[in-house]
Design a protein around this ligand. Structure first.
Ligand code: COA
Length: 169
């Protein structure tokens, strides 16, 4: 199977996508393209080159900020005391139930995209909003750390992203 990661487009079959979480299916069907058009969240999908309309998984990215007090002290010490620091928000990530194993591939593409763009739009970390405990443990497995006091929010510093990608290369 040859996979392609690309921006969500009209040609993709959003109606058949089913990840098992209604809210995430509904978002892809009804909201994702609108949010992308309005520059609220960029949506990316992964497809098989042999069946390009079929969406195997998707994720969304937006610009974001964190307050220094939300991140661990050891990291804070290395950063300027600005009231807000730049980050990238991984708002949603889901894969279709027919394609187990795609979650990790989506996350690697997210991290690559974040890393590749860092010289154009500086970002200190990838922040993810996990919608439940299962999603949170998925992110923690890849080294994400708790962010602030909201248990749903986790983050991965850019330095860790660089190390992870070097290991995968
Ligand atoms: C969470 C989700 C993306 C995981 O996708 P997946 O295709 O099952 O993940 P993968 O098989 O690529 O898993 C990669 C690794 O994470 C682990 N993993 C998967 N789901 C996990 C979970 N809920 N908790 C802990 N680890 C998890 C896998 O065991 C695997 O580890 P391994 O390489 O050591 O075997 C998928 O279940 C999904 O789309 N769920 C519905 C939407 C959702 O909850 N999204 C989360 C963000 S809001």
């Amino acid at each position: 199977m040859s996979l392609r990661f690309e921006a969500l487009a009209r040609s993709h079959d959003r109606e058949r996508f089913s990840c098992g979480v209604d809210e995430l299916d509904h978002y892809l069907r009804r909201q994702a393209r609108l949010d992308a058009e309005r520059n609220v969240a960029a949506a990316f999908v992964v497809v098989d080159e042999a069946a390009p309309p079929q969406i195997m998984g998707y994720y969304t990215l937006s610009a974001y900020t964190v307050v220094p007090d939300e991140i661990p002290e050891a990291l804070q010490k290395k950063l300027p005391r600005y009231p807000r620091l730049p980050a990238t928000l991984l708002g949603r990530l889901a894969r279709d139930r027919r394609f187990p194993g795609t979650g990790q591939l989506l996350l690697i593409d997210v991290l690559k995209r974040c890393h590749d763009l860092r010289t154009q739009i500086a970002t200190l970390a990838m922040v993810a909003e996990a919608k439940d405990e299962r999603a949170r443990s998925f992110y923690l497995k890849f080294g994400f750390l708790p962010l602030g006091t909201d248990p749903r929010r986790v983050f991965l510093p850019l330095g860790t992203i660089t190390q992870l990608l070097a290991r995968k290369a």
